[in-house]
Design a protein around this ligand. Sequence first.
Ligand code: ATP
Length: 463
Amino acid sequence: MAKEKKAKANTISNEHGASMDKIVSLCKRRGFVYPSSEIYGGLSATWDYGPLGVELKKNIQNAWWTEMVRRHDNIVGLDAAIMMHPRTWEASGHVENFSDPLVDCKKCKSRFREDHLAPEALESKVCPECGGELTEPRQFNLMFTTHMGPVADSGSVIYLRPETAQGIFVNFKNVVDTTRVQIPFGIAQVGKAFRNEITTKNFIFRTCEFEQMEMQYFVKPGTEDESFEEWKAARMAWYIDRLGINPDRLRFEAHGPDELAHYAKAAFDIEYEYPFGWQELEGIHSRTDFDLGRHGEYCGKEINYLDPTDNSRYVPYVIETSSGLTRSVLVTLMDAYHEEKIGEDKNGKDDIRTVLHFHPSIAPITVAVLPLVKKDGLAELAQGLEKELREDFATFYDQGGAIGRRYRRMDEIGTPFCITVDYETKEEKTVTLRFRDSMEQVRIPLDGLAERIRKEIRNYKRV
Ligand code: ATP
C-alpha cells in the first residue's frame, strides 16, 4: 500500500479557513481563476476561469440544473439571448431605476457606492481612503449600452442584460403555449449578466460580467406566501446538502421595508460569511404580478393565464430564486479551503497540507490515478485504468514525483479520491483508494471500482 504520513487533521486556518489573498493566490497558481487579459495589465472588473475553474463552475451549474429542472416535473429550462429588445428594460424598470448612488472623493478621486459606505463615512461625508471630502451622491445607471447595426445613433441603442430574469418573463407565453406546464410551474435559466458596478473588489464576488442561475416560479395569486417559504427552505438546503457548504456560514437576511422594491411583497437574501463579512449569495423574492403586468402593458397585450382547474384567468404571481453562479464558485472555494497540520517534518516543524474539501460532485477532478512507480508496467496499467474511469468520472493521471507529493497536489485542488496502482494490482487485481478528507487508504478490488466510487460520492458527508 502507498505510504503517507497520517495524523488526525487539525485545522489551523482562521475561522473561514481562508483569507482572500490565499484564495486568489491558489486560484492563480493552480489554474482556477486568472485576471482577465492579464498580459495587458488585467481588467480588474472581470476574470477568466482556467482549466480547473471552468470545471468547478460547470459542475455547480449542472448541480443547480439537476436540482431545479431535472428533479422537478414542473420546472422547465430556457436559454434566452443576452441582447434583448430595449423596450424590455423600460418595462422592467431598469432604464429608469437600475442605478446606484455614486459618490466621489474630491481629493483622491476614489469612487464609492454611497450605500456601501460605513456609517461614520456616510455621516461625516469624508473619504474612507484619505479623509477627503465626498461629493453629493449622483445616480449612476448600471446597464452597459451598445449599438446594434452599423449606425451608432440613439435609435440603435441596446443593453447587455443586467439579469437573466427578463428573458424568462418575455417568454412566459411561449412556454405556456408550447409545453404542457400548468401553474404552479417554473422556468429556469443560467447565463451571463452585465452590470457597470461602481466598485468591483473582493475578487470574483462583484464583477462587471458574471453569471446567474435564476428560476421564476409562477403561482396563482393568494398562494405566493406558501410558495415563498417552500423555495426559501429548498434553496438553503441546496447549498448545504448538494454543494456541501458549512451551514454555520449561511443565514437568511430579510430585506427591511425601506429596502424592498415597491412591487415586492417579501425578499430574503441567503448570505454567506465571507472573510469580509456577511454578504449576499442568493436573493429569493416574492414579486407579485409586477413583471408580467408591466410586460403586458408595454407590449400592448395582457400576459395572463387561463387556469384549467377552474377556468379563471389571471396574471400569475412570481417567486424568484436568483443565485450568482460565479459568486457560488467563490463561496465553494472559500468554504472548502483548509490548512491542516498533519504532523511534523524531520526538523520538528509543522507539516501543513492545504486542502479543498469540495463536495465530490462538484470537484473539478473526481478521481486521480497514480502508479506507485513508473516501471515494471505499472504506468501502463494505471493509464489503462484511468482511460476506463474517464467514461464515468472527471479523471487525472499523474506519475511525476513521490506518491506523498502527488497526493498533496490533489488535495490542494480538491480531488476527493486517488487510486494508486502498485505491484499488488498486477498480482491480486486490487488498488489503493485514498480519501482526501481523512487521508485514509483502503485496499479494494479492481472489480467494481467505479461502482464503489459512485457510492462514496452518494454517501459523502463532510467532516
Ligand atoms: P447588490 O445589491 O449587492 O449589488 P443585488 O441585490 O442587486 O446585489 P441581485 O440583483 O439580487 O443582486 O442579483 C442576484 C444574484 O446575482 C446575487 O445574489 C449575486 O449572487 C449575483 N450578482 C449580482 N451582482 C453581481 C456582480 N456584480 N458580480 C457577481 N455576482 C453578482
